[in-house]
Write a protein that binds this ligand. Sequence first.
Ligand SMILES: Nc1ncnc2c1ncn2[C@@H]1O[C@H](COP(=O)(O)OP(=O)(O)O)[C@@H](O)[C@H]1O
Ligand SMILES: Cc1ncc(COP(=O)(O)O)c(N)n1
Ligand SMILES: [Mg+2]
Length: 482
Amino acid sequence: MTFNKNDLLVYAITPDRFDHDELIQQVKEVLAGGATILQLRLKDHPFKAQEEKLDLTKKIKALCQEAGVPFIIDDDYELALAVDADGLHVGEDDLPVDQARQLLGPEKIIGASAKSLDAALKAQAAGADYLGVGALYPTQSKANAQGTSLTTLRAIAQGVNIPIVGIGGINLYNMANLRDQGLAGVALISALFKAEDPYQATQEIRKAAEKLFKLQAVLTIAGSDSSGGAGIQADLKTMQANGVFGMSAITSVTAQNTRGVTGVYDLSPEALASQLQAVFEDIPPASVKIGMVSQVELVEEIAEALKTYQAKNVVVDPVMVATSGSNLIQDQAVQVLADQVFPLACLITPNIPESQVLAGQDIHSAADMEAAAKKISQTYQVAVLCKGGHRVNDANDVLVTPEGEVHWFKGERVDNPNTHGTGCTLSSAIASNLAKGDDLVTAIARAKTYLSLALKDQLNLGQGSGPLNHGFGLLTYYPSDD
Ligand SMILES: Nc1ncnc2c1ncn2[C@@H]1O[C@H](COP(=O)(O)OP(=O)(O)O)[C@@H](O)[C@H]1O
Ligand SMILES: Cc1ncc(COP(=O)(O)O)c(N)n1
Ligand SMILES: [Mg+2]
């Protein structure tokens, strides 16, 4: 039995009124399906004798032990002590947290329900190990449960440093809305125990929860931009802002600022290969973004590594020329990148000049963008997002898939001359969203929203086309400042 602050919580809570044998069977299935913590909640449950309650509790505890899953009891501290449960959960009107802690001792898990930041901070200070926050959605398991808004949930998540599980009416379908809110996981009753097949339901929810609530690692393979607005630096900042764990393999070090590129120092193929090996062999990324790669040999190392490690969700930004006008790829490398790396990708994101080169045709209109994207997509059997940042009146991008589907992403043009790194930022945000489980269209739509907000922040650094504010929404909370 382990309980770590960073563990994923797929928290199963037993339902009201049940047949004991049926409950035991369901608990078995829910544990086998991948619940990571289980709470026995015996609300409204008539027991004929105390022995009966003890017997049931012991049986369920044994199942949890066998599965290596912490066994928590709701409210009833005497029962928790009697069976030596792993922990106790107390509601806002139950035993106070500090008393629960005293009664159970320092080693046990104490959980508390909280509906406000105030209650959450109090429970944390009194020694709670985790918090249940809700009801986030209407629920049948707790009639008249008071609702908790996502705004309150976020405030609590930012204010405390113990894990939080969302609770109340959560199911496989509404769970996705709870992403990026600072949750360690979700607590469920009906979605697991009232499912037709509790084993399968738990498995599906566990799989989705892994993506939604566990910090996903994302790799960028790109060039360094000393001025911090594009390349590796933009990628890592974007990943941080989009709630994933950024990692990097550097292809080249550029001396660059908002006015231009004054030096390009490519790393050796060995230097790149060993970075890729170090990352892939230890922390397989959930997605990969590829940016500036200037030489044929470096492209070949990347293609090799993507195949060897069966890299997933690969997004390629075929960087050719910096916003400031400097060339960032050798002519021979373009075709090798296209031939060897595009087919391993799930998306490539050329801007208009890059699309013209790749398609071998001119682009003067939205229809031309779509035609070029279709041509590239057919040639390399990969989805293509032709970005419209180089147009004047709008910022519309078009996605064409190898199956021939076309999707336009309409973007209002933000009046901001500081667009250094927009392409790097967009592709990294797409890779981040794919890592968190979005489908391609959703990942792009959300990335575009992020990019627009970063542009709208109107950061103005340097004398040329400056960088975006990647961290516009990030704030660090220092508890000691209160
Ligand atoms: N002024 C702007 N306002 C809103 N979106 C923009 C603006 N400039 C670029 N974009 C968006 O930024 C993303 C990157 O596009 P683009 O600038 O064409 O790429 P690159 O940086 O590779 O040249 C696209 O989604 C594009 O629509
Ligand atoms: C190291 C590096 N990589 C990529 C770009 C492209 O920048 P943009 O995103 O503006 O196309 C850049 N300027 N520098
Ligand atoms: Mg670009």
